[in-house]
Design a protein around this ligand. Structure first.
Ligand code: UDP
Ligand code: MN
Length: 327
């Protein structure tokens, strides 16, 4: 229920007016004043309490988009990890997701514990969410200086999101099972709102192009007579599914019907997406979206790592930025 400021003021005014009328009526009347005062104090304190709780309700963030029954839920699984730009990335992504109806964000931290930054962030995000965490094993993690393509990133976290979905939604069977779509959204990409409406009708696996990826202007499926016949990619087109993580969505039914489908964290470079999709569909079964894969609605943007040269220099003089200030 959304409380308007006006409603609270009308309530406040009515309560005050009633109090005044009551006080005037009591004037000149004989009474046992101690008992009378105590009752009045109790009423005042009860009304104060009600006013306080109404004010608190007004402060609570509400999901901006109402949930609509009958509309398939989009489950967005996002791996994320602690770094300087994390809060900025999460702010940008969450504020995109706030515009999407019937969306459930599954944010999975690459960490042995849930961090305060992410926990607090989610509480105030206004989104419907599930907060999970799982650390990437040390041997699978990129080390400082490693090229970014050396090892797949976020595999364990996406699998943890899938595990949660299967455990939570998997209890429902057949006709009881809600319609849903699963999308893997990295925290640093750029998503058009139209993309989410394109994927909402996914029956098995839907696909579309991704901009600024793989050293190309875009990569994506090539469609002829309504079917995907090959892929436009700059590298190893022979891969089973030469698609970027941002370029497909899977129906929840298909995820639940294939309880073993998962991302292979040890897959060779460029084969992470294939390791998940291989057992789920064939190329012929893919559902092309975004005007038969002729529109780019998602971009594989990457954020520059901020340089901390001046911060480091100032810290050496004891003049660094306040470490208590969350960035
Ligand atoms: N990620 C992670 N742990 C890591 C590195 C990355 O969970 O050690 C997440 C990251 O937050 C993002 C996804 O995995 O959501 C893909 O990582 P990144 O954007 O660095 O990959 P790239 O853009 O190079 O494919
Ligand atoms: Mn990225």
């Amino acid at each position: 229920m959304r409380l308007k400021l006006k409603t609270v003021f009308v309530l406040y005014f009515t309560v005050s007016l009633l109090g005044l009328i009551y006080a005037l009526m009591q004037l000149g009347q004989r009474c046992d004043c101690t008992e009378h005062d105590a009752a009045r104090d109790r009423t005042i304190s009860r009304l104060r309490g009600e006013l306080h709780s109404l004010r608190e309700q007004m402060k609570k963030p509400e999901p901006t988009k109402p949930q609509k029954p009958g509309l398939p839920t989009i489950y967005v699984i996002t791996p994320t990890y602690t770094r300087l730009v994390q809060k900025a990335e999460l702010t940008r992504l969450s504020q995109t997701l706030l515009h999407v109806r019937q969306l459930h964000w599954i944010l999975v931290e690459d960490s042995p514990h849930k961090t305060v930054l992410v926990s607090e962030f989610l509480v105030h995000s206004g989104l419907t969410y599930t907060h999970l965490n799982v650390p990437t094993p040390r041997e699978s993690k990129l080390q400082e200086g490693d090229p970014s393509w050396l090892k797949p990133r976020g595999a364990e976290q996406r699998n943890e999101g899938l595990r949660w979905l299967r455990e939570t939604a998997g209890g429902q069977q057949g006709a009881q099972l809600e319609e849903g779509v699963v999308y893997f959204a990295d925290d640093d990409n750029t998503y058009s709102l139209q993309l989410f409406e394109e994927m909402r009708g996914t029956q098995t696996v839907s696909v579309w192009p991704v901009g600024l990826v793989g050293g190309m202007r875009y990569e994506g499926p090539v469609v002829e007579q309504g079917r995907v016949v090959r892929f436009h990619t700059g590298w190893r087109p022979s891969r089973p599914f030469p698609l970027d993580m941002a370029g497909f969505a899977v129906s929840l039914r298909l995820v639940l019907a294939n309880p073993d489908a998962h991302f292979d964290g040890n897959a060779p470079m460029g084969f992470l997406e294939s390791s998940f999709l291989q057992g789920l569909v064939t190329m012929e079964e893919l559902e092309p979206k975004a005007d038969m894969c002729t529109k780019v609605l998602v971009w594989h943007t990457r954020t520059e790592k901020p340089k901390m040269k001046r911060e480091d220099a100032l810290q050496k003089q004891g003049l660094g930025s306040d470490p208590g200030m969350e960035v």
